[in-house]
Every structure is written in C-alpha cells, then in structure tokens.
Design a protein around this ligand. Structure first.
Ligand code: DP6
Length: 338
C-alpha cells in the first residue's frame, strides 16, 4: 500500500482552497524507549512501540504561504534551500501527498530552534510541524491521531512530535498503518530534565533510516530487540506513573544500549560512538557510583542526552559545563504565589 493511497482516503475529494497562510510549531522529541526497525518501509511502520519525551521549545516552526509559479520555494532558517537538495525533495514529495495538481505552489519557511550541532534529528519536529501546517492551511481539521499517522509517513519519530510531554507511539497492526500513531501519555513530571551534550560535530556516515534497515537485515541479535522494547515500554510507563526516576533512568539507558548493541552486531558494523561518547558514559557511571541519580540515552549518533531531575542540575552543569538543559514540563510548573 502506498502513502498517497492511504492519505487520500482521509482527505476531501477536492483539495479545499488554502488559507492565506498557516504556521505551526512542533517540539523535537527524545525516545526513552527507541523505535528501531520497520515492518513496512513505505509507510514507516515500526516493529516495536516506543515512548518519548518532547523538548519543550526546541523544535521546528513552519509557515506555509500559497504562491504563484511552477515550483515550491523552500527556506530553512531564513536561507533559500536548493530545490534539488534532498531536504527540499523530501518536503515537496510530502506536500504532494496532500494537494491536488491544481493546488497553488507553496512557500515553505522552516526554522529549527534545535541547536544545529546538537546531533538532534530535526526530521521528527520538521515533519510534525509540516503536517500541522498543512492541516491548517487546507482546513482539513484532522484528528491529532490522524495527523500523527501522516507525520509518521514523513519520518517515523515525527509521529510522536505531534504531541507534547511524554508520548507513546503505538505500533498498530493494520496493513494501512492507520492504527500506528502516537498518543499522549498524560503524566506531567515538572522536575524532569534532559541535558543535551554535543560531544563532537563529526558528520555521521550512516543515517538512522539506513542504519535500522542494515540492523534488521544483518544482526541476529536484532531478534531480541522487540521483546526488550515491549518490556521497557511497560516499565517506563509504570516508572512515570510512580515518579520513580531510578527505574525510568535504568530502563531508558538499558534500552538505548541494547539498541546500540544490535547496531554493533550488524554487518558492516554500525558504531555511532566516538571516544568522547564512551568517556561521557564512564563519567556518568562514576557520578552514579558516587550517589548522583543520573542516566543517559543516545540515538543514532555520537552525542549523549543526560537524564536527571532538577535536584541534580547543579552537579550536572558542573561536570559538563557545555550541557544545554531542557525542562520538558517547565511551563506546567505551578507559579508560586507570593
Ligand atoms: C534512533 O524517525 O529518523 O532516533 O522513520 O526512517 O525517518 P525514519 O527514522 P527516524 O528514526 C529515529 C531513530 C532513533 C530512535 C527514536 O527516535 O525512537
């Protein structure tokens, strides 16, 4: 089944006249239980469910404006993007899924507030913001779960960026994938912190899309991954409900390392770690030995995301002076009356 067949079933037969402009923001997200491996590559349907936490105001803001002409115009952080670049091609292909050929071309202005060197994928917040903006521009008025399923077709992790806070991406079983979308996990944890550590700006040579495919095809170890992920998802949800940071941290760290174990067991081997990554892991383990409740997670790159609670922020900032600390639930902290 291809993407456009699936999407068309949820859109009006004739694309409505677009508004003058639409603008939407989506936060980036960090998975505590990772998505790694697809059962359908066309629709980005995952082999396992996943769970993430969103990065507050770090994400993507995208504005769509109908324009005259034969081609879309795309700008990233204020700069015109070459129409034949892979970035522009992916956006245009995604827009094509939603508009009829008669529809006007669009100017796409997209801004990432994610520090560019932080090694955070902008595709998650990028496709989520684009999906939200498309929904607004054409007045589709789609349910957020459907927007999540659509964003997933741009990039799997984008399904989770439709929502804020803790978010679960349910893997679903349907062939058309419409039950494979994210749902908010309605719990708030105001003391929860994520420290973004940019350890190296070295370009990664294998992206997550081809990395997960290689793992699936070549690593026997991968067979154990769905079991690990399903068990971790339940543990994480319970730890969040109980506000048990130790269990949450342990589970997220073990989940990330298990994913990396499957990558390393692939052929050719996929090792995203740099010497700085390993040194940072060891520093975190030392801190833990000394009684600091701190854990980490890592994605398909060398950088580390440190997980801790507000009470440990001073020691984390002292240990890692370059850390950028994000408070995913800060805006929900009650304001002290005074
Ligand atoms: C390691 O969502 O970037 O960050 O669906 O192919 O676009 P595609 O992959 P993508 O993969 C993210 C992988 C990960 C784990 C995660 O975010 O869950």
């Amino acid at each position: 089944m291809d993407k456009s067949q699936v999407i068309k079933r949820f859109l009006p037969a004739n694309t409505p006249t677009p508004d003058d402009q639409a603008e939407a923001f989506a936060a980036s997200n960090i998975a505590l239980c990772k998505y790694w491996g697809k059962r359908d590559r066309e629709l980005n349907l995952p082999i396992n469910p996943s769970l993430s936490v969103s990065l507050a105001d770090l994400g993507t803001r995208t504005r769509l404006t109908p324009i005259e002409g034969k081609k879309d115009k795309i700008r990233l952080n204020g700069k015109v993007v070459n129409g034949s670049s892979s970035f522009a091609t992916k956006i245009v292909e995604f827009l094509d899924l939603f508009r009829s050929s008669k529809a006007a071309r669009l100017q796409v202005d997209t801004h990432n507030s994610i520090p560019t060197a932080a090694g955070l994928a902008s595709s998650a917040s990028g496709f989520a913001a684009l999906t939200k903006a498309i929904n607004q521009l054409y007045g589709f008025d789609l349910d957020p779960a459907i927007q999540s399923a659509f964003a997933r077709m741009g990039s799997g992790s984008a399904s989770r960026s439709i929502f804020d806070g803790f978010v679960e991406w349910q893997m679903g079983v349907r062939e058309d994938g419409m039950d494979s979308h994210a749902v908010p996990f309605e719990e708030s944890w105001p003391e929860f912190r994520i420290g973004l550590l940019t350890l190296t700006e070295a370009e990664k040579t294998v992206g997550s899309r081809s990395g997960m495919q290689r793992t699936l095809e070549t690593a026997h170890l991968y067979q154990s991954w769905p079991l690990q992920a399903c068990a971790d998802l339940e543990k994480l949800k319970q730890a969040i409900r109980d506000r048990n940071f130790e269990i949450l941290g342990q589970t997220a760290e073990q989940n990330a390392l298990s994913m990396h174990a499957t990558m390393i067991a692939s052929w050719p081997p996929l090792l995203y770690w740099q010497p700085e990554s390993v040194a940072t892991m060891q520093r975190i383990w030392q801190l833990r030995e000394s009684g600091v409740c701190v854990y980490f997670t890592m994605d398909a790159g060398p950088n580390i995301k440190v997980l801790f609670e507000a009470g440990q922020q001073a020691v984390i900032e002292q240990t890692f002076p370059q850390v950028k600390v994000v408070s995913p639930f800060a805006c929900q902290t009650p304001v002290a009356s005074g």
